[in-house]
Write a protein that binds this ligand. Sequence first.
Ligand SMILES: [Zn+2]
Length: 376
Amino acid sequence: MLDATQRARYARHLILPGLGLDGQRRLRGARVLLVGAGGLGSPAALYLAAAGVGTLGLVDDDLVDLTNLQRQIIHGQGDVGRPKVDSARDTLTRLTPDVTVHTHPTRLTAANALDLIADYDLVIDGSDNFPTRALVSQASARLLVPHVWASVSQYQGQLSVWSAGEGPCYHCVFPQQPTPDQVPSCAVGGVLGATVGALGSLLAVETVKLLTGIGEPLIGRLLVHDGLAATWDVVTVRRRPDCAVCGSGADPTRALGATTAPGEPTAYASVGERPTVTARDLAGLLAAGATLIDVREPGERDGATIPGALPVPLADLLGGARPWSGDRVYVHCHSGARSARAVDALRANGIDAWDVRGGILAWLTEVDPEGMPSRP
Ligand SMILES: [Zn+2]
């Protein structure tokens, strides 16, 4: 039951068609986990607390920085230097006595993601990096917990509800993690605070809909916003039967986080359908006898080469040239674009091909700086 104060506080919900007293009770009984207490998490958490959601969990290991305040409106000037989860909890409990806030001042990892998310009815991903998004995706798909997600860059944003079992999961639609140089971070590319606010508010809208059972959740649809053009488009997205996370062949016992951030000390990182290996890990694999294919043009090899690489220009390889024996090959080019094409083509032909992420540029940076061609 709601007491007299709560009836007044939520009066505009109680008269709202579809929501009403029953919806308000559901909100009060709901437990929502927010991954990231930043730009997207700020409006989402504020609106959900104000809406009467009973329990909010906050996962973030970051401290409030002065540069955050332009968009992370749950934190104030006096919070700079404090843990974000503490600052956010104080703001939320000042807003309403009806919310219980659980703070998790930690980074979401493969080791804790399942335990953290299993304790909640729904997870909101407002994180700012691809490895965390992949983890939330994998854990929520495994647990069949609805996953409300948005991402924002500069003046653009995207939003969807991933629901393994019902619609596509995040990995169905984004099987490849871009490398950091393909997508500028907020720190590099900038971001408009109000754009983050718009997408963060919609995270709360979709969450309220899911918790109360009203409306059509954004499952199987991707909302794409361009703030400069002032457009909102909806793109249909589909489940992939062969999805490595939610498809029929997905392994429920597989460790989370098989996709990892570049530079992390793992032997391999399998990115979607195109497995990749870092240059640093390639060095060890070559020492153990791995086969490496260089798909650059002959003239390019005058500059620098990876010792032992077998030259097979991309056109020859796409034409069917296979001058090697053995089951698995690693493929590199200059920076990674052509090797990705080559790996896709080889894998389509049943060959266990792996992409060397970043090509010879990564090799020269990470493994063999001495191999740089000398400048005249
Ligand atoms: Zn999937």
